[in-house]
Design a protein around this ligand. Structure first.
Ligand code: GTP
Ligand code: MG
Length: 194
């Protein structure tokens, strides 16, 4: 497992708190419980650095992590738990709209998806939004340790077709046994260089 330096710069409720940094940024988005924080931890060779919530989707903050003094990962609150409740969707948009629109160093979005689930409307909204901003998108399919190889291949097919993404931009990963982390890093470095 590769070790990377990681430091929490700030948990931001709004624009005023965004870190004053011009390092390239990668944003992690996905449904509550999809495995966003676990993925960030695993990519950096940590167990419990990025906050893993016990009450999924509760924290409405953008966590900015500086990695290797070279890039920033932003961990967005999970959506989906109460996205149907209008106030919740509104507070989510209030947090993320300015970020997508104004954060110039944002280089790409990693959409984190539980490989066992079919992407839902919220996932599609998220990916459409990133597309409308011309943001490169990578899908991390998490928890592959929970499926057989056959099941996984079927799910990959389903997810890729539902999201209309290429097979090469869907990376199967496991934060449990660290599968896929090298591939993730390769893609992340490409995103940052672009
Ligand atoms: N088996 C297995 N469990 C995982 C994996 N990734 C995450 N989990 C578990 O899934 C649960 C949710 O993981 P988190 O990383 O907290 O998910 P999150 O997307 O950050 O959730 P929110 O912050 O609530 O949006 C935790 O219990 C993790 O241990 C994985 O690759 N394999
Ligand atoms: Mg989290």
């Amino acid at each position: 497992m590769q070790y990377h330096e990681i430091e929490l710069l700030v948990s931001a409720a709004g624009e005023k708190q965004w870190p004053n940094s011009s390092l390239p940024e990668i944003m992690y988005a996905g449904r509550s419980n999809a495995g966003k924080s676990s993925l960030i931890n695993s990519l950096c060779g940590r167990k419990n650095f990025a906050y893993k919530g016990k009450t999924p989707g509760k924290t409405r903050l953008l966590n900015f992590y500086e990695v290797d003094k070279k890039m920033i990962f932003t961990d967005a609150p999970g959506y989906g738990y109460a996205m149907g409740i209008r106030s919740d969707a509104a507070s989510f948009a209030k947090l993320l709209d300015p970020y997508f629109e104004k954060r110039e160093q944002l280089k790409g979005m990693i959409l984190v998806l539980d490989c066992r689930r079919t992407p839902n409307d919220d996932d599609l909204t998220m990916i459409e939004y990133a597309r409308s901003m011309h943001l490169p998108i990578l899908a991390a399919l998490t928890k592959i340790d929970k499926l057989s190889r056959n099941q996984l291949n079927q799910q990959i097919e389903l997810i890729v077709n539902t999201l209309h993404i290429s097979r090469t931009s869907a990376i199967p990963v496991s934060s449990l046994n660290k599968d896929g982390m090298d591939t993730m890093w390769k893609q992340i470095n490409n995103m940052i260089k672009a």
